[in-house]
Design a binder for this molecule. Structure first.
Ligand SMILES: Cc1ncc(COP(=O)(O)O)c(C=O)c1O
Length: 374
């Protein structure tokens, strides 16, 4: 939808709620530390897995926040989570291997699985119960070729934060079938009330989980391209072979900015969560007043995933009409897999509250005029 909107001859007044790009600026202390690092001459190659103080700080965070007991030697700094997942798929996939994605899924994982010679296999989430995990439905997709499964928690696009029970069922399945779990936890701090649990912290999971993180959403550092990964040492050294060969390492002075982020005042994260909560609450309440729309409150991520089946329009048709008639850009749920048909993905994290209010005004106008209540 971004490409479609960008192709319109008139860009005036378009409101973009399709991209998951944080609305905030990167906090000043992070920028200052990066500028100071340049001034101090941190402009040369760093250690391939990343600068030692950053990896030490990340190991501490992984231990205390995520419950994953690691040392600095178990951490590799990556160019955003995208690069971490690229390294993960290239490290573990042999040609023809299958990787299970929970549908609706984050489509960018598919491209990397296929580039690495694997096959992405969608397994449905339980849409009628808040897109929860049904381990038996996932297990039905396991074959002799299944190598791994990808867990995005909190979920993009559904906004679900998986419960301990769901994660335990998934962990039991992974152990039973000797699968690797690739845990994309880019939204670990975008949690509104509930508790985020890292699957690697469950018994027997640290050795079979590749846990992936980024500074992207939590510290509004999407353009910096900073992430990190931790996994068992044999998997991590295979991932390091990939990262050392494709990018050598991550920009040295940007890593100093990341160090300032991870060791800085956690109030930054609290403020981000407060702001996102206010925007989420406003958007979701408004969506639920629109004819044909039902939207549960997402517990995590920066997306609302309203059920629009009551409009009797296909997701893509509705997204296209909202672009043309309301000049609001949202994503069709079908973009995220077969289970996403009948839904839209609307990002509340990428704009300010006043802009979201204007988008809602236009959406209400569209729905009240165009959609018959059923
Ligand atoms: C689930 C998920 N994983 C990964 C990414 C990409 O993260 P990064 O920008 O750190 O590569 C995104 C960005 O929207 C995402 O939603």
């Amino acid at each position: 939808m971004y490409a479609k909107a960008a192709g319109l001859p008139n860009q005036d007044g378009l409101i973009h709620l399709e991209l998951g790009q944080p609305a905030h600026d990167t906090p000043e202390h992070i920028k200052a530390a990066t500028i100071a690092a340049i001034t101090a001459g941190h402009v040369h190659y760093s250690d391939l897995p990343g600068i030692a103080p950053l990896r030490e700080a990340l190991a501490h965070k992984l231990h205390t926040f995520n419950g994953i007991a690691v040392t600095a030697a178990d951490v590799v700094v990556t160019n955003g989570l995208t690069h971490g997942s690229f390294a993960a798929f290239f490290a573990i996939i042999n040609p023809g291997d299958e990787v299970i994605l929970l549908d609706p899924y984050y489509p960018q994982h598919v491209g990397k699985i296929e580039l690495a010679g694997g096959r992405a296999v969608p397994a449905p989430l339980d849409a009628e119960h808040g897109f929860s995990i049904r381990a038996d439905w996932i297990e039905a997709k396991v074959t002799a070729r299944t190598k791994a499964l990808v867990l995005v928690n909190p979920s993009n696009p559904t906004g679900r934060v998986y419960t301990r029970g769901e994660l335990e069922a998934l962990a039991a399945l992974a152990i039973r079938h000797d699968l690797i779990v690739i845990a994309d936890e880019v939204y670990e701090y975008n949690v509104y009330g509930g508790q985020h649990i890292s699957i690697a912290s469950l018994p027997g999971m640290a050795e079979r989980t590749i846990s992936l993180y980024a500074f992207t959403k939590s510290y509004a550092m999407d353009g910096w391209r900073l992430g990190y990964a931790t996994a068992a040492s044999d998997i991590l050294s295979a991932m390091l072979k990939v990262t050392a060969n494709d990018v050598t390492h991550v920009n040295t002075f940007a890593q100093h900015g990341a160090l300032a982020a991870i060791t800085g005042d956690p109030a930054v994260l609290r403020h981000m969560v407060e702001d996102e909560t206010a925007k989420r609450d406003f958007l979701v309440a408004a969506l639920n007043r629109m004819p044909g729309v039902m939207c549960p409150l997402p517990q995590g991520s920066i997306y609302a995933f309203p059920d629009i089946r009551g409009t009797r329009l296909a997701s893509q048709t509705l997204a296209d009409r909202l672009l043309d008639e309301a000049r609001v850009v949202v994503e069709s749920g079908a973009f995220y897999g077969a289970q996403g048909e009948g839904y839209l993905r609307i990002c509340f994290g990428s704009q300010s509250l006043p802009t979201i209010k204007e988008a809602v005004r236009r959406l209400e106008d569209f729905f009240n005029r165009q959609i018959t209540r059923i």
